[in-house]
Design a protein around this ligand. Structure first.
Ligand code: SAH
Length: 451
């Protein structure tokens, strides 16, 4: 197979990032915007040793699962990968992806529990960070690039975000405020970062800037209030003068209103600051946490909640548990977690701002022996150090693993098996409809007592 060849391909699989996959001359060929059941004419764009990338030039026979995409920029934007197939098929693909990882990487022969699918597949996100184009319009990055695709509406975000983006874009143009150019590191406005607390409808607007202050901030406040009224609770700047791709800097200044917004999650009032992690799909976060609670069986037990963010998982369990200890590395998130506990009258929760592995070592040295450990790490999963401390020092009866990348969940499950922890059940939860992402909650149970 060579670059620029045109081949006819039957798509019979899906890659982990949502591309259709077919086989040709023993090679896997990845083709974006196709799906299982399609027959497509494909132009080969790149050939590697055992696989190739292609581009669909003709849809010869469409899959039964296809639907017409409902977004004008679907083909260019790097956000959604499944706007061209029905939701049932999307859930099937996602569930299979998790199962493949657990079986192939994790070495388990275990099927997933039925996927917990989303009721709302559009406008479910409560957070968005929009890059701003040179002309002052918001948009999204193209696939695998930093080219901005301008777009005045996004079906993953609430409609009020579309309106706020348009208004803030007008404000940028009216007052001729410079926009950041990552090629020469000049210009002020980097991103527009919006959050909404869905239960209370409180909105936070954060302008991420390559500078220390913002002119025309009164006009900005007036513009935001003119579209979203008293839902606007907080307007801030975030200072990011670094010449990197990281979106947020570590300092925020409130221009108007409060420093945070408040949502209600699993009956707990949660304060959300710009730098604190908060699940982007509130409704599905409740379902995820309910499943985690079911797996934890933590009545009257001591629970260690590692990678706790603003404390959301642990605080939801505090009523039934004996004690909750949360660990998180971001200071603002731990501040939020402590205030969240106080605001909800929760007295049996303690929060520690530290790296999870280091905190685990320290807690183990202090002879803490939690009955249940919950981990919810970023995509890279847990370090082998942390897994060793959990399994050998804490030896909890149950380990609940919440994962946003089932490949690292599978890797860590295989490591934990060597310590006597067996993966007994796992459930995919679709927190991110239309995208390639899928959350998984897994239960690992101790089979040998190491104490
Ligand atoms: N459980 C929370 C947060 C999950 S996201 C929730 O459901 O809302 C993962 C969290 O891990 C983030 O808050 C991130 O700041 C934190 N984190 C990342 N690396 C960490 C580390 N090395 N030690 C502790 N926390 C870490």
């Amino acid at each position: 197979m060579n670059k620029n060849d045109e081949i006819i391909l039957k798509i019979d699989g899906t890659s982990s990032d949502g591309y259709g996959v077919g086989r040709h001359e023993g090679m896997a060929v990845f083709v974006p915007l196709t799906t299982e059941g399609d027959t497509v004419r494909t132009k080969i764009l790149k050939v590697k040793k055992s696989f190739a990338y292609g581009k669909m030039t003709e849809l010869i026979e469409p899959s039964m699962d296809r639907k017409s995409p409902d977004c004008d920029v679907f083909a260019q934007c790097g956000g959604c990968v499944y706007r061209h197939i029905n939701y049932q098929k999307e859930c099937e693909i996602k569930s299979k992806k998790v199962e493949n990882n657990i079986c192939r990487i994790g070495g388990y022969d275990l099927s997933p529990q039925p996927i917990i699918s989303a009721e709302r597949i559009c406008r479910y996100r409560n957070k968005a960070q929009f890059p701003v184009s040179a002309s002052g319009n918001t948009g999204f990055y193209a696939v695998h690039s930093h080219r901005i695709i301008e777009s005045d509406k996004c079906l993953l975000q609430p409609e009020i975000f579309d309106k706020l983006c348009a208004t803030i874009g007008d404000w940028i143009k009216t007052y001729n405020i410079s926009v950041y150019d990552e090629n020469n590191h000049k210009g002020l406005i980097r991103h527009i970062y919006l959050r909404i607390a869905e239960k209370t409808q409180e909105i936070m607007v954060v302008i991420i800037i390559n500078g220390d202050s913002l002119n025309y901030s009164k006009e900005l406040v007036d513009a935001c209030i003119s579209v979203a009224g008293d839902k606007i609770k907080s307007i801030q700047i975030n200072i990011n003068k670094k010449d990197t791709n990281v979106i947020l800097g570590d300092k925020c200044k409130t221009l108007w209103g409060s420093d945070f917004i408040t949502d209600i999650l699993c009956d707990v009032k949660i304060r959300i600051s710009p730098l604190s992690f908060y699940q982007v799909n509130r409704d599905m976060a409740e379902k995820l946490y309910q499943k985690a609670a079911e797996y934890a069986e933590c009545d009257n037990k001591t629970v260690l909640d590692l990678y706790c963010g603003a404390g959301t998982i642990g605080l939801g369990l505090a009523k039934r548990a004996k004690k909750i200890i949360g660990v998180e590395i971001i200071p603002d998130a731990i501040e939020d977690a402590k205030i969240n506990a106080a605001n909800n009258g929760i007295e049996n929760a303690e929060f520690i701002c530290m790296d999870a592995a280091a905190a685990a070592k320290e807690l183990a040295a202090r002879k803490l022996r939690p009955d249940v450990v919950i981990v919810d790490p970023p995509r890279k999963g847990c370090s082998s150090d942390l897994l060793s401390t959990i399994a050998s020092d804490f030896s909890p009866e149950r380990l609940v693993y919440v994962s946003c990348d089932s490949a690292t969940l599978a890797r860590d499950s295989a490591i934990l098996r060597d310590y006597g922890y067996i993966l007994t059940e796992y459930t995919p939860v679709d927190m991110f409809p239309s995208t390639a992402h899928i959350e998984t909650v897994a239960l690992l149970v101790r089979t040998v007592s190491t104490i």
